[in-house]
Design a protein around this ligand. Structure first.
Ligand code: CA2
Length: 145
């Protein structure tokens, strides 16, 4: 069965607990269980990983690449500066969709620079937690193309 890896970066474990006006009120566990059900409906398997540590995210991208399939990643604040994550995304063999829950273009200017997005096939920003569902459907579509 095809696998889609969902990787979330720093502070995303706080989802649903603080700043709901920016990030919505769904918890990360809620997003993962909703997405797992959606993945099952699409005939793919979802794996999920979250870390606040850059190196662990790099490793998780590499390991997902070894398993094959697609990748949905929200690198959190590392999106704005991590060349290590960018390099890992560039080495990922399958489709990569970068998700930002908030519209980074409507926030502080430093959030507009998306370093890691150079390694993504598509970027979804500002769709709220629903952005993960859009990314799942796109990743599956790209994998089956
Ligand atoms: O919009 C996004 O998804 C971001 O990747 C979220 C990052 C932020 O640094 C990026 O610029 C945009 C921050 C994630 C922090 O998540 C929190 C969730 C709830 C409460 C506090 C932080």
């Amino acid at each position: 069965m095809l696998e889609i890896a969902l990787i979330n970066g720093p502070n995303l474990a706080l989802l649903g607990r603080r700043e709901p006006e920016i990030y919505g009120d769904e918890t990360l566990a809620g997003i993962v269980s909703r997405l797992s059900a959606e993945a099952e409906g699409l005939g793919v398997r979802l794996s999920a990983f979250q870390s606040d540590v850059e190196g662990e995210l790099v490793r998780a991208v590499g390991e997902a690449g070894e398993r094959g399939g697609g990748l949905i990643i929200n690198p959190g604040a590392y999106s704005h500066g991590s060349i290590a994550i960018l390099d890992a995304l560039n080495a990922f063999p399958g489709p990569v969709i970068e998700v930002h829950i908030s519209n980074v273009h409507r926030r502080e200017p430093f959030r507009r620079r998306l370093v890691t997005a150079m390694g993504a096939d598509a970027v979804i920003s500002g769709a709220g937690p629903m952005g993960y569902s859009l990314a799942l459907s796109l990743a599956v579509n790209l994998l089956r193309r």
